[in-house]
Design a protein. Sequence first.
Length: 342
Amino acid sequence: MQITTIGLDLAKHIFQVHAVDETGKVAIRKRLRRSEVLSFFAGLSPCLIGMEACATSHHWARELIKLGCTVRLMPPAYVKAYVKRGKTDAADAEAICEAVTRPSMRFVPVKSAEQQSVLMLHRMRALLIRQRTMLVNALRGHLAELGIVVAQGINRVRELIKLMTDDSADAVLPPLARRALAPLVDQLVDLQPRIRALEAELLAWHRQSQESRRLETIPGVGFITATALAATVTDPSQFRCGREFAAWLGLTPRPNSSGGKERLGRISKMGDGYLRTLLVVGATAVIRYARTKTAADTAWINSLLARKPARLASVALANKTARIAWAVLAKGEVYRAPVPAA
C-alpha cells in the first residue's frame, strides 16, 4: 500500500489524519496526539500533505518538509466547500485530502521562522498602539468631565500627562482624580518606549533585507510597510500579475455580475487587513503631499482628486501601490518614477 496524499487537520492536542493511496482508496484514518505526529510521518514514505493555513501550520509545514514530504497549505475558506456534511475532525481531514489534489486550488506559501518573527514584531507594535489609543481615549474622557480638553493628536497627549504630573495644577484637577488617573498615565509613559523599541527592531531588519529596501523606494511605502510586505509575501510568483496581488489584499472592486451585465461595487476587503491599512495610510500621505505640488508625478493623483472624493482616491492609489510593490518584488528591481511625456 503506497500512500500518496494525506489530509492533516491541525489542532492543539489531537490531530486527525486522512490518507489515500494512488487509486484514491482510503488507507488510513487515525487520530494522533501532538507528540506522535512527527514519528508517525517519519515512518511513512514521502508524500503530498495538505493542511489548512492557520497559526501553527507554518511550523508543522517546516517540520514535515524536513522529513522529505511535499506540504501544501490552503485557505480554510477554500477547503470548506469539500466538507460533505457536519463538522468533525475526520470530515475536515477528508476535505483537506480532497482539496489539496484539485488543480485549481490556491496555496499559501510556507513562511520561514524569520519571516514569522518579523510579523510578530508588527503584531506586537499594532497591539501596543491599540492599547495606547485606548488609554488616551480613557484619559481624555475622564478629564473632559472636569472641563479639561486639549487638541486632538497623539502628540498633544503630552499636555495631559504634564497636567497630571504638575503639582501646581491642584486647583484645576482635584487630588483624588489625580490619584485615580495615575495608573493610566503610568501605562502611557511605559508604552511609548516599548513601541519605539519594536520600531527599532523593524528598522534593523529592514536595513539588512534587500526586498524591504527595494520596496521603500515606492512613494508612500516606509520601512514599516516595506518590512510587512517583505515578510508576508514569501513568493511573489504565486501571483500572475499585480492585479492578482491587489485582489489578494482586497483592494479591487467586488464583482456582482450576472446575465452578461458587469456590476462592480466597493473593494472586497479580502486578505490581510493589516497590509491593506498600511497601504491606504501611505497613499493618504502621498495625496496630502500631491495637493500642494504640480509636478508631473502628481498629475495622475490631482486629476483623480478633481473627479473623485479623497478617500476613494487614496484607495485607488493604494491599489496602484500594491501593483507596483508586486512588480518590485517579482522583478527584483527598485521603483523608477514614470518619465513625463514630451
